[in-house]
Write a protein that binds this ligand. Structure first.
Ligand SMILES: [Zn+2]
Length: 223
């Protein structure tokens, strides 16, 4: 009887040990490598965010409950140029500057610019609920995002989805109109709209093929 107890104890111990190793492994796989590269964040930015949220959404929030991920390209050559574009708080006209939560460089390096749940101005109608990922590339509208960027975006979106189960939708900025089907679009300023082509249907197809079994909703790449 004693011997059985001993074996049972050892079995439990081994199970706990292996489970610990397994859980650590899974966790390590789930969080992609990323570099924190914060843009300036002061009370001034928070005030500008509040004003933007009130004007465009009728909300008094500086942070979001993420429900969507919007994927972009920077239309520039370097992550630094996008970073410095987003860095400043004011757009120059007394309103909140544009910014995204992440920039993914052409080699797949992920930079995190703000808190993941900050309200950033990157997609008209969706900033109140969407995390933005910018990808370096797309100069002159050329669909040239890299395989490394695709893999980094897949890892990043998977990580965000696991961390924020409220995320249900992934769409490209150019899909902003069809994405109104999600019911997430809100805009209180009449005529505030712009035409977008980023990050192109090829990249969105790659994301859909990799992530459509993760319980995320995508839209047709072309319509
Ligand atoms: Zn965009």
């Amino acid at each position: 009887m004693k011997r059985h107890k001993k074996i049972l104890c050892m079995a439990i111990f081994l199970f706990q040990l292996l489970w610990g190793i397994y859980a650590t492994e899974v966790q390590a796989q789930e969080t992609p490598a990323m570099i924190d590269q914060p843009i300036i964040w002061t009370e001034n930015r928070e005030q500008l965010i509040l004003e933007y949220a009130q004007t465009h959404y009728g909300l008094s929030e500086t942070h979001i409950v993420p429900q969507a991920v919007v994927v972009h390209w920077t239309a520039g050559d370097t992550w630094e140029s996008a970073y410095w574009t987003f860095y400043h708080e004011d757009r120059g006209d007394g309103t909140l500057n544009v910014a995204s939560h992440f920039i993914v460089d052409r080699d797949g390096t992920i930079y995190r610019l703000t808190e993941e749940t900050a309200l950033n101005r990157h997609a008209i109608g969706y900033n109140w609920c969407a995390i933005g990922i910018e990808n370096v590339g797309g100069v002159d509208g050329k669909e040239d995002l890299t395989q490394e960027q695709l893999e980094a975006n897949v890892q990043l979106i998977r990580y965000l989805h696991q961390k924020y189960p409220t995320i249900r939708y992934v769409f490209g900025h150019y899909q902003q109109d069809i994405a109104r089907d999600s019911g997430l679009y809100i805009e209180h300023v009449d005529g505030y709209h712009s035409i977008k082509i980023d990050p192109g249907p090829i990249f969105m197809r790659g994301l859909r093929l990799n992530l459509e079994n993760d319980g995320l909703i995508f839209y047709p790449e072309k319509f």
